[in-house]
Design a protein around this ligand. Structure first.
Ligand code: GLA
Length: 383
């Protein structure tokens, strides 16, 4: 049984009726372009094979009742006749609450709903389990109460707003757009300002490896929001709308006036935007060597300029790079401070790389890391 089948079957057992609607929305792995999305820049993520499932059915009252099938069927509920508030003791439910509140603010007249959610994206791994839950919720509620009026991009932007305003993580729009728009066997070159999305075919014969460091990202929203504030402050100081509009020459010309840490934060973003565009081009040319160099440079920039890696993650990336040689690359993926590392390798070399990493890296509790061999998957869909 697939996760979707298990979830809809569980819905029937718990609610006593079949769901009116069920949605799957994938997580994402970002190949390159970290902390560029909220600077109006470029990113190159791909949707992955793990996802969140949301099954939902209208109720006759005003209650939204949410059940987390993965957390022992724990229940959380709210009443639509009162303002929707976060539930600090049930953080998983806040992505659904936030999405409901955001859709209301967009004029959707929600009604009582039974919701069962489940997912197989490892949490705290930088693979966007939360964005996928928000996107799946938005599609399900949009299908039930807005006659599918919202397109994939609108759902993604509402999901982003829900996470920023309701959950308090001031994220960009990459995760939600990638989950909503994923294309099989393609990465997505996203212009996070214009919202233009260009699918870029993965090099033929390449595989994506996702290696879990075993270090959960934990409570790092504060660090994330601080990085974002630093970037926005530099843009303001330079009179730019966003760091997207600043070149490395312009940044260097202003260096003497900038706080040294702020300068390095901005240098990461400015150089990373260029790397994303170069990587998309290298990918189109099937050039795994160039991609490997760009991924390596991205990791160094995250480590030294943006300071969001950890020594254990740096070690894991170095082990992967050693095993890969020149044909492909590796870097930390996602917001940072733990989570997963992504590698792009020739499919026939994947097993040797896995063997090497299983010998050369141990998680903090002494285990071999969990490794997934992935291709790029399609975006969110109704089941
Ligand atoms: C998190 C955020 C994204 C993005 C990445 C870093 O995943 O949700 O918006 O900023 O971190 O690239």
């Amino acid at each position: 049984m697939t996760l979707a089948e298990r979830t809809t079957a569980r819905f029937g057992e718990l609610i006593g009726a079949a769901p009116d609607i069920a949605v799957r929305a994938p997580g994402r792995v970002n190949l390159i372009g970290e902390h560029t999305d909220y600077n109006d820049g470029f990113v190159l993520p791909a949707a992955i094979g793990q996802h969140s499932i949301v099954a939902a059915r209208r109720r006759l009252d005003n209650v939204v009742r949410m059940i987390a099938a993965d957390f022992g069927d724990v229940v959380s509920e709210f009443d639509l006749s009162r303002p929707i508030a976060p539930a600090p003791d049930q953080p998983w439910s806040n992505y659904i609450r936030g999405m409901a509140a955001t859709m209301q603010a967009h004029g959707v007249d929600l009604g009582g709903t039974d919701i069962v959610v489940a997912g197989d994206i490892p949490q705290g791994s930088g693979l966007s389990s939360s964005a996928s839950l928000s996107v799946a919720t938005g599609m399900a509620l949009g299908g039930l109460f807005a006659r599918g009026h919202f397109g994939a991009t609108q759902i993604a932007l509402m999901a982003q707003a829900a996470e920023c305003d309701f959950v308090g993580m001031r994220c960009g729009n990459m995760d939600q757009l990638a989950s909503a728009h994923g294309v099989l066997d393609h990465a997505l070159l996203i212009d996070c300002r214009s919202l233009d999305i260009r699918p870029v075919a993965l090099p033929p014969g390449a595989a994506i490896l996702i290696v879990h460091s075993g270090i959960s990202r934990g409570l790092v929203d504060g660090q994330y929001n601080e990085r974002r504030a630093q970037c926005e402050a530099v843009a303001r100081q330079l009179g730019a709308a966003a760091l997207r509009d600043v070149s490395l020459d312009e940044l260097d010309a202003a260096r003497a006036d900038l706080d040294p840490i702020a300068y390095r934060r901005a240098r990461h973003v400015v150089t990373e935007n260029v790397r994303v565009l170069d990587a998309a081009q290298a990918m189109e040319g099937g050039d795994l060597v160039a991609l490997g160099e760009l991924m390596a440079a991205s990791h160094v920039s995250m480590r030294d300029d943006f300071e969001i890696t950890l020594p254990a993650i740096d070690h894991l990336v170095a082990e992967l790079q050693r095993a890969i040689g020149g044909r492909g690359g590796a870097r930390m993926t996602g917001g940072g401070f733990g989570g997963a590392v992504v590698a792009l390798v020739e499919a026939e070399a994947a097993q040797a790389v896995i063997d090497h990493v299983e010998t050369g890296y141990r998680t903090p509790d002494g285990n071999t890391p969990a490794i997934m061999v992935e291709r790029a998957h399609a975006g969110a869909s109704f089941l």
